[in-house]
Design a binder for this molecule. Structure first.
Ligand code: 6PG
Length: 249
């Protein structure tokens, strides 16, 4: 049974980042108190940059860094030094500024030109860390997600094969419109999280957000619609610009 969906509307992107930082602090301390560790899957793109910076600065002393374990929800198939790399963005905005051990950071190793091998290696990394057997799925404490103007999330793009993946934890998803593979966690993993938090900002997301939250459109056309944690919380942190086409907010 999926939990309630919480939609929190803020005035500005900065307020989203501040609220998201509070959510990370809450989730981290809850997880460490319960399990002795906090497992977090980071989102890529530009929206989370300010949040990551806040975690490394304003929220720095509120977080149990040595008990935090960092993963990625998706990654571009580029080297970690590439300006497009989600790892590089998180490293520059947060990881390089905090006292976290390299052994707590699980980068998707996209320097391998074989995208399928990259995905398989990351899947094994997840299975080993979470101690999950074939048929089982890891439960991240928190997964941060963004949403594109086309309604994609992570690297689950409209009409792509990864939307149908039910057994692998990680796949190399061919994205025709980008003519590239993207490495992504699959829906079974995303929907097994204890908490999924979307950060969505800007008028360019308004149409897709209305479709995802309020319209009865095929979910394959708006993959963010497929995010329904089976036993976890789903929180949307949006700003007024992104919410501008919503009827109910
Ligand atoms: C990525 C992300 C992707 C992102 C959305 C929104 O690799 O780019 O995982 O799903 O969250 O495209 O991106 P922006 O935050 O840049 O709008």
């Amino acid at each position: 049974m999926s939990s309630a969906v919480e939609i929190r509307t803020f005035t500005t992107p900065q307020e989203i980042s501040a609220a998201a930082a509070e959510e990370v602090v809450r989730a981290a301390n809850e997880a460490v108190n319960r399990d002795g560790r906090f497992t977090l899957a980071l989102s890529g793109g530009s929206t989370p940059k300010n949040l990551y910076n806040l975690l490394a600065t304003n929220a720095r002393t509120a977080l149990p860094w040595d008990r935090m374990f960092f993963f990625w929800g998706d990654e571009r198939h580029v080297p970690p030094t590439d300006p497009e790399s989600n790892y590089r963005m998180a490293d520059e905005t947060m990881l390089a500024k905090i006292p976290v051990a390299a052994s707590n950071v699980f980068r998707i190793k996209t320097e391998n030109p074989d995208a399928a091998a990259v995905a398989e290696a990351y899947e094994q990394t997840l299975r080993k860390f979470f101690q999950v057997q074939p048929g089982q799925v890891p439960n991240f404490d928190l997964i941060l997600l963004g949403m594109g103007p086309d309604g994609h999330t992570a690297s689950l793009f409209p009409g792509t094969a990864a939307l149908k993946e039910k057994s692998h934890l990680v796949v190399a998803n061919w994205v025709e419109k980008m003519q590239t593979h993207r490495i992504t966690l699959t829906l079974p993993v995303l929907n097994a999280a204890r908490c999924v938090t979307f950060l969505v900002s800007g008028t360019d997301k308004a149409s897709a957000l209305h479709a995802v939250l309020e319209e009865n459109v095929p979910a394959e056309q708006y993959p963010s619609k497929l995010i329904k944690p089976s036993d976890g919380k789903l929180i949307w942190m949006i700003d007024r610009a992104a919410a501008s086409q919503l009827k109910a907010h």
